[in-house]
Design a protein around this ligand. Structure first.
Ligand code: UDP
Length: 385
């Protein structure tokens, strides 16, 4: 018999899941999203003034090392080659990021070879830190205080609103350190930008007679959902439980939009690493799509702040108190019937697009299999982090 499912949230988690459920099981799906558009924080749209494709909620660069995920996104729309090369402003000078041989030679005014740079950094690394317990220790242990204070300390304080000693080392591990001139911000081999933006990819995912999307519809946990065979929730897990144990900590970001003629900064992303510059980075959107021609340019100055109840949650902080709260919410979620939690907000993890898509694909597979076999339905994807 045809099943009826409700998916809360039309970001990558919700739309990938919907696509897999309608393709691999007999069902009809309602998707509700509180915003006026699909796509969640990956939403892109052409700016009316300039015609430039804008990453409305900050820069999103697709990258993965998994061929099946790359093939999957490419099946939804054309991608063009794009390598993210970030520049950093520190103490009035421009450097190459992530930290690579060029950055090291720039900062120290040297002309090291790879081996020389490696040996030099060894002399700067704080070897007394054997097992780095936080962001700062990780940095001091592996790159030393000069690089840490030039590129990471100020930016991280602005981005996260706390001392880097309070943050997990895993945040720093996102960014490579290289002893060659490779300045690709990402390590993953497949990388690109969708020609028609991310929202077009998600439109393709929900383009099905059995999928109905309702926008501007905020989910209220008190809503009677008993008419559905199952609910898949991709919103914040604490909101599902009406914040009964308290709110999980998030950073939110706000954008100041600017226009200019021609080319404003010559690259997509410039990071501002000094604490006294109030914004963290500037994204100039036309550089994502260098195959297009635009006379004008649009750029966003990005500011980070603590999340108020009315703000959009972006980055899960995952401080110790958050982890304690999360365990309580997870435990309550585990006891629910006919509800599953998926994605960055519902699992409260710092996830990139390829993580979200990969997890939605594998979760859908496990869930559909369990449903067909009348086994216990999974509440969460496999949560190691
Ligand atoms: N970071 C930094 N300086 C930089 C770039 C990044 O200190 O110039 C730190 C900061 O704490 C940031 C983390 O590294 O939150 C991860 O950076 P990434 O660029 O991956 O962040 P995202 O693009 O997800 O905001």
């Amino acid at each position: 018999m045809k099943k009826k499912y409700l998916i809360i949230g039309a970001g990558f988690s919700g739309t990938v899941l919907a696509d897999q459920l309608v393709k691999h099981s007999d069902c009809s799906i309602d998707i509700w999203d509180e915003r006026e558009h699909i796509g969640g924080n990956c939403h892109t749209k052409r700016d009316e003034q300039t015609g430039i494709m804008v990453h409305q909620y900050g820069p999103h660069i697709f990258n993965t090392d998994k061929k099946e995920i790359w093939d999957f996104v490419n099946s939804l729309g054309e991608f063009r080659p794009y390598v993210h090369r970030v520049k950093a402003m520190s103490n009035g000078k421009i450097y190459s990021l992530p930290v690579n041989l060029h950055t090291i030679n720039q900062l120290f005014g040297r002309s090291f070879t790879p081996e020389e740079a490696k040996a030099f950094l060894e002399t700067l690394a704080d070897k007394a830190i054997e097992d780095p317990k936080n962001f700062e220790e990780q940095a001091l242990r592996f790159i030393g205080k000069e690089l840490y204070y030039a590129f990471f300390y100020g930016y991280t304080k602005k981005q996260w609103g706390c001392e880097p000693t309070e943050l997990p080392a895993s945040i720093l591990k996102r960014i490579p350190v290289r002893f060659n001139y490779d300045d690709n911000y990402h390590n993953n081999i497949y990388t690109g930008i969708p020609v028609n933006g991310y929202t077009a990819l998600m439109e393709k995912l929900i383009d099905h007679a059995e999928i109905t999307v309702t926008l501007n519809k905020k989910f209220d946990p008190a809503t009677d959902v008993s008419g559905y065979d199952h609910v898949f929730y991709t919103g914040p897990i604490d909101a599902w439980f009406r914040f009964k144990y308290g709110r999980l900590g998030y950073r939110t970001v706000t954008f100041e939009t600017h226009y200019a003629d021609g080319d404003f900064q010559g690259t997509t992303q410039m990071n501002f690493c000094d604490e006294n510059v109030p914004y963290t980075r500037i994204t100039e959107h036309k550089h994502f799509t260098n195959w297009e021609q635009h006379d004008r340019t649009i750029y966003f100055k990005e500011f980070s702040k603590e999340t108020e109840p009315s703000d959009i949650p972006y980055y899960p902080k995952r401080l110790e108190q958050d982890k304690t709260l999360l365990l309580k919410y997870r435990s309550d979620a585990g006891a629910l019937q006919k509800v599953s939690f998926l994605g960055r907000l519902a699992t409260y993890r710092y996830m990139d697009m390829h993580h979200v898509i990969g997890e939605a694909l594998s979760f859908a597979k496990t869930w559909i299999q369990a449903s067909k076999n009348n086994e216990k339905l999974p509440v969460f994807p496999n949560l190691e982090a």
